[in-house]
Design a binder for this molecule. Structure first.
Ligand SMILES: C[S@@+](CC[C@H](N)C(=O)[O-])C[C@H]1O[C@@H](n2cnc3c(N)ncnc32)[C@H](O)[C@@H]1O
Length: 202
C-alpha cells in the first residue's frame, strides 16, 4: 500500500495552498461542459486545498486525501474534507456520486493491487451513468520517464486499465511536453498528459 509519509513531509514544508491550475482548466473547459450540473462530487487526492474551492459548484463536495497533514491544513469551508485512502476496503456507499474527479492521485498508486482497489472503489461508488474524470501523467511517445513513488503508464496502458474496469471512455485527449514538479524532491518531470472522462454505463 502506498504511504502518506512523503506527502506529510511535503505538506509540512509547503503549507501554502497547493492546487494545479491545469486541473482547474480541465474541469471548467472539459468536464463541466459535458456534465454541467453534478450534485454529489468526490475529489481524490485534494491535498490541502480542494480544486472546488476554486471551481464553485452548487453540489455536495467531498474531498479526500490520505495525508493527515494536508487535511489538517485544508480551509474551513462547506467542502467536506476527509482523511481517507482511495484504496480503503470500506469506502463510500454504492452508487453515491455522479462525478469522481482525480486530482492527480491515481499517479501516486504504484502497486497493481492498490490500483485495482482504487478503480473498483471508484466504479462501485459512482451512480449508473456517473463520470470518472482525471488528468494523468503518461509516458512521452519517444522516451521513458521514471519517478520514484509515481506510476507513469503509457496512454495505451492507462486506456486498457480504465476499460478493464468496465468504464466506457467518452473523452480522451493527450497533450505533449508537460511538466510537473515532483513533491519528493522539487524536480521538474517532463512527460505527456492524458485527460480522460469515463462513464459507468448502466
Ligand atoms: C500530486 S498530489 C496532488 C495534490 C493536489 N490535488 C494538487 O493538485 O496540488 C497527490 C495527492 O494525492 C494524495 N494521495 C496519494 N495517495 C493517496 C491515496 N492512496 N489515497 C488518498 N490520497 C492519496 C497525496 O497525499 C497528495 O496530496
Amino acid at each position: 500500500m502506498n504511504s502518506s509519509l512523503p506527502f506529510d513531509r511535503f505538506y509540512r514544508e509547503h503549507s501554502e495552498k497547493q492546487f494545479s491550475s491545469s486541473l482547474k482548466q480541465f474541469f471548467q473547459s472539459v468536464v463541466l461542459q459535458r456534465l454541467p450540473d453534478p450534485q454529489n462530487v468526490l475529489e481524490l487526492g485534494c491535498g490541502n486545498y480542494s480544486l472546488f474551492e476554486e471551481c464553485k459548484l452548487n453540489a455536495k463536495i467531498t474531498a479526500i486525501d490520505f495525508s493527515p497533514v494536508a487535511i489538517d491544513q485544508a480551509p474551513k469551508s462547506n467542502i467536506i474534507y476527509q482523511m481517507r485512502s482511495i484504496t480503503d476496503e470500506i469506502f463510500f456507499s454504492e452508487g453515491e456520486f455522479d462525478l469522481i474527479f482525480d486530482s492527480h492521485c491515481m499517479n501516486c498508486l504504484v502497486e497493481h493491487w492498490d490500483r485495482e482497489r482504487a478503480f473498483n472503489n471508484i466504479f462501485k461508488t459512482l451512480k449508473n451513468d456517473g463520470i470518472f474524470a482525471g488528468e494523468f501523467m503518461v509516458q512521452p511517445i519517444n522516451g521513458k520517464v521514471e519517478v520514484p513513488l509515481k506510476m507513469i503508464k503509457t496512454a495505451r496502458e492507462l486506456e486498457e486499465e480504465i476499460l478493464s474496469h468496465k468504464f466506457k471512455i467518452i473523452y480522451f485527449m493527450i497533450s505533449k511536453d508537460s511538466s510537473f514538479v515532483d513533491e519528493a524532491n522539487g524536480e521538474k518531470i517532463f512527460c505527456d498528459v492524458l485527460r480522460v472522462m469515463a462513464k459507468k454505463e448502466s
